[in-house]
Design a protein around this ligand. Structure first.
Ligand code: PXP
Length: 246
């Protein structure tokens, strides 16, 4: 079964647009997470950024208490956030690039270039019972380096696929890269997630990529929720993910 990790960062983005610096505000990302879970999301994903652009520390602590599914904390490989994660104990952390020098040309984390630091963090997280995922482009060198780091998961960056969705030839080329990457990762013993830019139009095409465990999707679901409500938006996305051949 292909699982849905509901990314609720944009609920906090909306709150911060009006209530930045306050102790309270709406909409509440924790309430959204609980509604998302009730609608069938298999996990909740949040990114605690170093600049606290959307999710705040109080949000992640409340989420840790409140949600019944898995908490996936996206984070930079930065000492302050590592310290928080080790105390918070999300089920999984997904290490993502936040600084320019950590990013590959295709937008994923440069695991090959930061192998040692990432391996150290991977070990600390695993020692605390937290699984580790690495958000990378479908690039052979990055996948090989992710296995060397000892991560449990990679999350394949689907941004280039989403960007080229309207151009058939480019879209198919991006799908092929995701297919090849998923096969390589699977053969190296990595579990494979995918995300970024997935929406109600392009998600069915992702069925062509084998070995997927979870899709992390946020912007399109939160956007659709404005029109149809969050439970319907989540259920519609789940129905597009049904019948994934695996
Ligand atoms: N996965 C990762 C690692 C991300 O950084 C993001 C964006 O926050 C997503 C998935 C979700 O992307 P989107 O909001 O475009 O669905």
């Amino acid at each position: 079964m292909l699982k849905l990790g509901l990314n609720i960062d944009h609920v906090a983005t909306l709150r911060e647009a009006r209530y930045r610096g306050r102790e309270w505000g709406e909409p509440d990302p924790v309430a959204a997470a609980l509604v998302g879970e009730m609608a069938g999301a298999h996990g909740i994903t949040v990114h605690l950024r170093e600049d606290r652009r959307h999710m705040l520390d109080r949000d992640v602590w409340k989420l840790r208490e409140a949600i019944k599914t898995r908490l996936n904390l996206e984070m930079a490989n930065a000492p302050e956030i590592i310290g928080i994660a080790l105390k918070l104990k999300p089920d999984v952390v997904c290490l993502v690039p936040e600084r320019r020098q950590e990013v590959t040309t295709e937008g994923g984390l440069d695991v090959a270039g930061h192998w040692k630091e990432l391996a150290e963090t991977r070990e600390k997280m695993n020692d605390s019972g937290i699984e580790v995922s690495l958000f990378i482009a479908p690039d052979a060198a990055q996948i090989e380096a992710s296995a060397r780091v000892g991560a449990q998961f990679i999350e394949l960056h689907t941004g280039a696929f989403a960007e080229h969705f309207a151009q058939e030839r480019e879209r198919d080329r991006e799908i092929e890269r995701l297919v090849t990457g998923a096969r390589q990762a699977h053969s190296l013993g990595l579990k494979v997630n995918a995300g970024h830019g997935l929406n109600y139009q392009n998600t069915p095409q992702i069925h062509r990529v084998p070995h997927l465990n979870e899709l992390n999707t946020g912007h399109s679901i939160i956007s659709r929720a404005v029109s149809v409500g969050l439970p319907v938006a989540v259920k519609e996305m789940l129905s597009l993910m049904e019948n994934y051949p695996g």
